[in-house]
Design a protein around this ligand. Structure first.
Ligand SMILES: CSC[C@H]1O[C@H](OP(=O)(O)O)[C@H](O)[C@@H]1O
Ligand SMILES: Nc1ncnc2[nH]cnc12
Length: 332
């Protein structure tokens, strides 16, 4: 049996970047970068952990551990994973979501900030605007493993009525002014309210016009292929989670315009990447200055997964106990 003990992550070898391949300090924030976002300029890498094996497979990329540029104390650390791999080799249905989230939890991140390129389902959300969704509509097709607790012998149910961290979204929203679109007269906006909804489709093909119109009728504001199961898994790990959605296109609902294609998405990635860097820099610099309450307190999620596991403790197998220990050494 493969064992996932601490020691296998702590051997001192050097990575291909001449940075240590292990890290023994504390990690505060986990970041999952999406399409077009493979690193952040405000981070100064200090270690590159090779793609991490977990009980649910291996992460989609090495995990870059960084300090924050300009943080004199150098005490705040960030772990960064590229969702689709460093070469964008994992299509949305095949991203090892469980390994990615499990690794960030195992590293003891206190929250996860995720970035995603999305289509807009609303006229007022322009390409290049950013959105902090607070709700999700699931249009994936059941082919993604979406739980850590869904085996015969390990049953768990966690609340998901409010799938994102409102406190985290509010924290991010204070930096709305840093995003910008120099090529347009209309200001770039960071949209955020309690009902803002992201639709998660399976892909990899984009939606038909009929589907796109249906998502608008359902209340969708933006659409991507990545927020699920990522958000569910973060919740199962008791990790405060917020996705920053970066609009790249108007999807397919506008009859007068051509439906979305990759060229349209790519055309907006440069500006979105610049804004993601500006926003992340503002957020992380402030976090390093003073850790926000939702990270210190756990945002009301502490104990929720433990309480949600309904299988009797004496009935848990060694394998399931090992999996639980990987995520929650404090409980099991
Ligand atoms: C290249 S457009 C479709 C692709 O972009 C988004 O990826 P990510 O969320 O990782 O930025 C979307 O979810 C799709 O996977
Ligand atoms: N229109 C769209 N549909 C799904 N995922 C997307 N990512 C970026 N644009 C998208």
């Amino acid at each position: 049996m493969v064992r996932f003990s601490e020691s296998r992550f702590h051997s001192i070898t050097m990575s291909s970047h001449d940075l240590p391949a292990s890290f023994t300090g504390t990690i505060d924030l986990g970041i999952i970068g999406g399409t077009g976002l493979y690193k952040l300029e405000c981070l100064k890498p200090i270690a590159v952990l090779p793609a991490m094996p977990t009980p649910w497979g291996t992460t989609s990329s090495p995990i870059t551990v960084s300090k924050v540029v300009g943080d004199a104390d150098e005490h705040f650390h960030v772990a960064f994973i590229a969702r689709h791999g460093l070469h964008h080799q994992f299509p949305p249905s095949k991203v090892p979501f469980r390994a990615n989230v499990a690794a960030l939890k195992h590293l003891k991140c206190k929250a996860v900030l995720s970035f995603s390129a999305v289509g807009s389902l609303q006229q007022h959300i322009k390409p290049r605007d950013f959105v902090l969704p607070q709700q999700i509509i699931d249009r994936t097709k059941g082919i993604r493993e979406s739980s850590f607790f869904n085996d015969i012998g390990l049953v768990g149910h966690v609340a998901f009525g409010e799938p994102f961290s409102k406190a985290f979204a509010q924290y991010i929203h204070q930096f709305a002014h840093v995003i910008d679109n120099p090529e347009a007269t209309d200001a770039c906006e960071l949209h955020f309210d309690a009902d803002t909804t992201v639709v998660c489709m399976e892909g990899p093909q984009f939606s038909t016009r009929a589907e796109s119109k249906m998502y608008r009728l359902l209340g969708g504001d933006v659409i991507n292929m990545s927020v699920l199961p990522e958000a569910k898994l973060a919740r199962e790990c008791e990790l405060p989670y917020q996705m920053v959605c970066m609009s790249t296109d108007y999807d397919a609902w506008r009859d007068e315009a051509a439906p979305v294609d990759v060229a349209t998405v790519v055309g907006n990635l440069t500006n979105n990447g610049r804004n993601a860097n500006a926003l992340a820099s503002a957020i992380i610099t402030e976090m390093a200055n003073k850790m926000p309450d939702f990270m210190l307190s756990g945002d009301g999620l502490k104990g929720s997964a433990k309480g949600g596991i309904t299988t009797k403790p004496h009935a848990l197998s060694t394998t399931h106990l090992e999996q639980l220990k990987f995520l929650f050494p404090e409980y099991w």
